[in-house]
Design a protein around this ligand. Sequence first.
Ligand code: MLT
Length: 264
Amino acid sequence: MKTIELANHKGTLAYDEVGSGLPIVLLHGFPFDHTMWSPQLEAIAAAGFRVLAPDFPRFGQSPAFGEPFTIDGAGHLIADWLSALSIERAVIAGLSMGGYVAMAFARQHRQRLAGLILADTKSAPDDAAGREGRDKAIAKVQVDGPAAFSESMVGKLISPKANQGVFDLAKSIMLRQNAEAITTALMALRDRPDATPGLAAITVPTLVIVGEEDAVTPPAAAKALSANIATSELVRIADAGHLSNIEQPEEFNRAVIAFLKKMQ
Ligand code: MLT
């Protein structure tokens, strides 16, 4: 694990890095950290790429930053982190919340985007019921604690067909996240902007991936996302829910590496 101070953002970002070549950034979902990419890091690096995976502020090994956590703010944070590493252009990949941040980066820093991978995510913001659900979740974390929240959430993320190992891996990462990480991210998710209007401006190669049994950001949302990005292709992963990269890592990696190879 490496760390780097980002004075503009009043914090020190922790990240993992492996391999060399075209930089690929993997942005984690909620409420996880960069270790959710453990089935991808070495595999993508072995295919000839430099793979970088940060922990968002308060998640994993990144501490709290002296600024509020927002999806748009995270887009700028990733850009400044890449600048600090002297990386001008990168492929940005994100799953779910990571995808929201990847779309923010695409809006904000278009010239720095070499390609985009949007996994199990969507462009639409929360509707009124969704925002109410976030507020109830924040209350649950505050009253019952982060572990109870994560226990109640994990079953919704994964296909019922998944084996116990997948379930245990997801749960163990979720249980490591603290109450402040979870509540500040829930606010950021609740208040995130509509990414749909920005999609037409994306002109780089884009891969949209979705687990066929994703109940959180379902295949219909991925289809709409792909339909709005002229340069995109859509890959559906069978027997996977919302955590397609953990549930079917071989299929996921095959799709990602085939996509990246076209850019080398
Ligand atoms: C995630 O996996 O990052 C979250 O499910 C995203 C969300 O709740 O909108």
